[in-house]
Design a protein. Structure first.
Length: 112
């Protein structure tokens, strides 16, 4: 569940997690009914089918999901949403220049 939390914007994160949990629980219910039928039909060979499916899922995940470890949330948003995900900071910079904010003053005050 961590991956969905990282890649979803805050505004739709709850809906994304709801969809993820719904798909997880639906697959668990289906497996609860399918696994006994498969084991009864083909016996121990059903484990080979199950392992092959796991390998396919692992390959799809490895080759299609971008790595998010070590990135900030802003960098992850830029990967999924493009450059438009980054906020426009020009308005904030204008406001700081209007009030006379000086970074060097803050740096000198921090060293005292």
């Amino acid at each position: 569940m961590g991956y969905t939390t990282e890649i979803m914007p805050f505004s739709i994160r709850s809906k994304g997690l709801s969809c993820e949990l719904l798909s997880i629980y639906c697959s668990l219910v289906i497996q609860a009914f399918v696994n006994p039928i498969g084991l009864e039909s083909i016996g121990w060979r059903y484990y080979i089918v199950f392992c092959c499916l796991l390998v396919v899922f692992l390959a799809v995940t490895y080759f299609t999901y971008p790595e998010t470890r070590g990135y900030s949330l802003e960098e992850i948003a830029e990967v999924f949403d493009g450059p438009s995900a980054m906020p426009d900071t020009t308005a904030a910079e204008r406001k700081l220049s209007q009030i006379g904010y000086d970074e060097q003053v803050e740096e000198r005050a921090g060293k005292v």
